[in-house]
Design a protein around this ligand. Structure first.
Ligand SMILES: NC(=O)C1=CN([C@@H]2O[C@H](COP(=O)(O)OP(=O)(O)OC[C@H]3O[C@@H](n4cnc5c(N)ncnc54)[C@H](O)[C@@H]3O)[C@@H](O)[C@H]2O)C=CC1
Ligand SMILES: N[C@@H](CC=O)C(=O)O
Length: 834
């Protein structure tokens, strides 16, 4: 009889079966005496008069028994010590559990361990492995733990019997493992139960008997299978598998720490997830319960208050179903490819290929064939790949010789990632979302498969990409937040303001947008802090000397986080020189630093070229700080407009200085004040020399497609020639020496009824200039406030009346906000719902 369709004779189901609940406790739930007590408490809290409890061995016991048998066969006398330790562990747990009432159980256990010692001694003499002996030994742990639990429950006042499954469960061994003889087993179970009526029953998991009467085991995860079999035999109304997790998680928590427990799964979803690596449940376990439509629940022995995961329970009603419930991976695989024009339109090629693999006992994990029929590709276990390749070469030896099959290839080091969910059927865009998420973190897909059930999309990726792929996909389906690993270079005035803004917004972004902006590294010229998920608060106290940007980069681009982003808030040319490499490596870059945008043309082109390959580069704050200057120009150009001229006041510092300066306070004092307020560049001469304004003009010109370099801009500098080479400190100290000159120029201009303003201009022929203008007092640029920038775009559409962007153009807070907005724009392109 097939293990998939347990047709139970009606006699097998006891009269009171409807109220019987079945449970299974795994080895971790029965690790020691206090675990047994916890299990008893859980059972005592269950409703209903009948409890069927299937148990595994105490944690580690099965492995210990296998090791004992191996050691005995090898003639390694060390088995005696290991046997004594295992015996003492069971006796000690029994003494703890049963106290004064332990004698009978201890004597029974002692007898069992003596029998085991005799068997091991016989194996040691024989020196040859015996399958019979090995299977008899492997299952002893369940026999012992079942008796211990049963005796403890009885002592606790429950009317409880203990069933050694070998007395009723009869199995054969087929290609897929143990096959239950349902007819014999159910008759034996009914007979045994008639003789042992207590409402509570503890059953040994894992063990069974062959038709020939020999003790055997059900294979790995056999206790779950036992639980499903006995739940079916007892006609239980439900089965709970108790372990050490809160149910089936949406992904392996070791790879995706944000994985969440799933409230409900269909049988099909559970099987798909289990096959693709979710260890909580083994698909074959489910066959007896699926056949009976028995609901299964996965729960945590150590958190019984958690509802766990319901499998195969009532349908989830009309509530919208997420397209993907969970993701899993299988590692250590290889892609096998059979390729050649001679396969096109030839019937039977696939049959021969898979027949050859079957004959070589190679299990195929995934299959993919393009409609051109030019190649067949499948994924097999890496350990089988050499055998599989040889089998294909043998099967197609003639075609290979004739060149009809061009190649049989194997690519090892592959993982298969599967996205699973009943809700993806008929829903467009699910595959796109998966593929897009992988593409955005630069992961190449080696092969793709989706069954017609549309319940599973599987992709083969390089093993090195496994964790990142899983995390990216997990976030893409909103099973966990979209996590971006952020590294900040230059935590000065703007950088510090940005850190504070990120910290203040973090919880809200996580809650409302499932976006986890995680600052994990900070670098200055001399310090480096590398952290994890605990945020960058007080990073200085945890930083080390050095500021090594290579270590910084490696840490930001963590293998386990799908997206990496560097924010450069320095004013460093050397840092800007790294952008192209960062972008080429898939690291997004956001910056207010003008050195890239206005730097050497070739470098700028390399940065643009690198960003065209996928990683994003955003630099809105380089012109106008938090103002939407670059994005406005982009919108104009992208919609087909043409820039004719740009003109304005591009420096917050210079705007503030000339708005404030009326001769009553020395100009140098105002420069000091602007510096303290964080308006100036780190070196205020960059502002006063006009270089900062010229850089902004170059950035805008290049954005508009004008091939401009800094050297092409006619610049009027306000920095006295004698202070150009001085240190910043000396410059600031001696600036007052030149107050008289600027006071005189101001007075002349004022007397002429005009005002001084530092203006940038770009015309349609690419002529660019920045300098101090004497403007009429009623000029638009004469009426700005504080640090206001004004940028006027004259375009084909805005020819008569230019489009104007105006507002504060300097200061740490507004600049940081502009940088933050760019970070969010990048996150949105990564799939964040903003
Ligand atoms: N302050 C403002 O209003 C605006 C500033 N910006 C730009 O923002 C950037 C930062 O400006 P502020 O915060 O005012 O300057 P700041 O002098 O306060 O901060 C610069 C930071 O960069 C660090 N740094 C310098 N060279 C470095 C290197 N090679 N490696 C690592 N770190 C390095 C410094 O240690 C410092 O922490 C500049 O590029 C500036 O042009 C852009 C728009 C407005
Ligand atoms: N120092 C600059 C800051 C913004 O770029 C200015 O004053 O505009």
């Amino acid at each position: 009889m097939s293990r998939n369709a347990p047709a139970l004779p009606a006699a097998a189901v006891p009269a009171a079966a409807a109220s019987c609940a079945a449970h299974k406790f795994g080895g971790s739930s029965l690790a020691n005496a206090s675990c047994f007590c916890r299990v008893a408490a859980i059972l005592a809290a269950q409703p209903g008069p009948q409890q069927l409890v299937v148990v595994s061995a105490m944690r580690g016991t099965t492995d210990a028994l296998i090791a004992l048998a191996d050691a005995a066969v090898r003639g390694d006398g060390g088995w005696k010590g290991a046997h004594a330790a295992l015996r003492e562990r069971h006796l000690a747990a029994t003494r703890d559990l049963l106290g004064d009432d332990a004698d009978a159980t201890l004597a029974w256990l002692d007898h069992g361990f003596t029998d085991l010692a005799n068997l091991l001694a016989a194996l040691a003499v024989l020196g040859t492995p015996s399958r019979e002996a090995a299977e008899a030994i492997q299952g002893l742990g369940e026999v012992w733990s079942a008796r211990m639990l049963s005796d403890f429950l009885t002592r606790e006042g429950h009317d409880c019997a203990c069933l050694d499954a070998r007395d009723v469960l009869v199995v054969g061994h087929g290609e897929l493992g143990a096959v239950v003889d349902w007819e014999t087993s159910s008759a034996r179970y009914a007979d045994w139960r008639a003789r042992h009526p207590p409402p509570w029953l503890v059953v040994t998991g894992f063990v069974a008997r062959t038709r020939e009467g020999r003790a055997t085991v059900l294979g790995r995860n056999g206790s779950d299978y036992s639980a499903a079999i006995f739940a079916a035999l007892a006609g239980a109304s439900e089965l709970t598998l108790w372990g050490d997790t809160d149910g089936v998680l949406s992904a392996d928590p070791r790879l995706v720490p944000d994985a969440v427990p799933l409230a409900a799964l269909s049988y099909d979803e559970a099987c798909e997830l289990a096959y693709f690596g979710a260890k909580v449940i083994h698909p074959q376990t489910l066959t007896p319960v699926i056949a009976r439509g028995l609901p299964v629940r996965i729960r945590n022995t150590f958190r019984p208050e958690h509802a766990g995961t319901a499998i195969g329970g009532p349908a989830e009603g009309d509530a919208p179903r997420p397209p993907v419930k969970g993701l899993s991976v299988v590692r250590d695989l290889a892609v096998l490819t059979l390729e050649g024009a001679g396969m096109i339109g030839v019937p039977g090629t696939a049959e021969r290929a898979f027949g050859a693999l079957h004959a070589a006992s190679v299990s195929v994990v995934m299959i993919s064939q393009g409609s051109s029929e030019h190649s067949i590709c499948c994924v097999v276990r890496e350990a089988d790949s050499a055998r599989a390749e040889a089998a294909l070469r043998r099967a197609f030896v003639a075609e290979l010789a004739r060149g009809e099959i061009a190649s049989v290839g194997v690519a090892a080091g592959i993982s298969v990632l599967a996205a699973v969910g009943d809700g993806m059927a008929g829903q467009p865009g699910v595959a796109a979302r998966l593929f897009g998420a992988l593409a955005r973190c630069g992961i190449n897909i080696r092969a793709i498969a989706q069954g017609a059930s549309e319940r599973n999309i599987s992709v083969a990726v390089d093993a090195a990409d496994t964790a990142r792929a899983l995390r990216a996909a997990h976030a893409a389906f909103w099973l966990s937040p979209q996590t971006v690993s952020i590294g900040l270079v230059g935590p000065g005035k703007v950088g510090a303001a940005l850190l504070a803004q990120l910290e203040a917004a973090r919880a809200r972004l996580l809650r409302e947008h499932q976006l986890d902006l995680r600052v994990r590294a900070v670098a200055t010229r001399g310090l480096l802090w590398l952290g994890e998920a605990d945020g960058a608060a007080a990073w200085q106290d945890r930083a080390s000397e050095g500021g090594d940007l290579d270590a910084f980069t490696r840490h930001v681009q963590a293998e386990h986080l799908p997206h990496a982003l560097v924010v450069d808030c320095s004013a460093s040319d050397a840092v800007a020189a790294r952008y192209a490499d960062w972008l080429a490596a898939g690291i997004h870059v956001v910056t207010p630093n003008k050195h890239a945008g206005a730097g050497p043309r070739e470098r700028w082109q390399a940065i643009r070229a690198a960003s065209a390959r996928g990683a994003r580069f955003r630099y809105e704050a380089t012109v106008g700080a938090g103002l939407p200057v670059i994005s406005t120009l982009r919108d104009l150009l992208d919609t087909g407009d043409e820039l004719l001229a740009a003109e304005g006041i591009f420096s917050g510092t210079l705007a503030w200085l000339f708005n404030r300066y009326d001769g009553s306070v020395p100009f140098s004092a105002l420069v000091h004040e602007a510096h303290a307020l964080g308006y100036t560049e780190p070196d205020p001469r960059d502002d006063l020399s006009g270089t900062d304004v010229a850089r902004k003009l170059v950035i805008l010109a290049r954005e508009a497609g004008v091939d401009l370099d800094l050297a092409d801009v006619a610049v009027e500098s306000l920095v006295p020639a004698s202070l150009r080479a001085a240190s910043v400190e000396e410059f600031m100290h001696r600036l007052s020496e030149f107050d008289a000159a600027i006071a005189a120029r101001h007075a002349r201009t004022r007397d002429a009824g005009r005002v001084l303003r530092y203006v940038a201009r770009l015309d349609r022929d690419g002529r660019a200039s920045v300098g101090l203008d004497e403007l009429p007092a009623d000029h638009a640029f004469a009426h700005l406030r504080l640090t206001d920038n004004i940028v006027q775009f004259s375009t084909r559409r805005y020819r008569d009346n230019p489009l104007v962007v105006q507002g504060p153009g300097a200061g740490p807070e507004v600049t940081a906000a502009g940088v933050f907005a760019d970070v969010l724009r990048v996150a949105a392109t990564l799939g964040a719902r903003l």
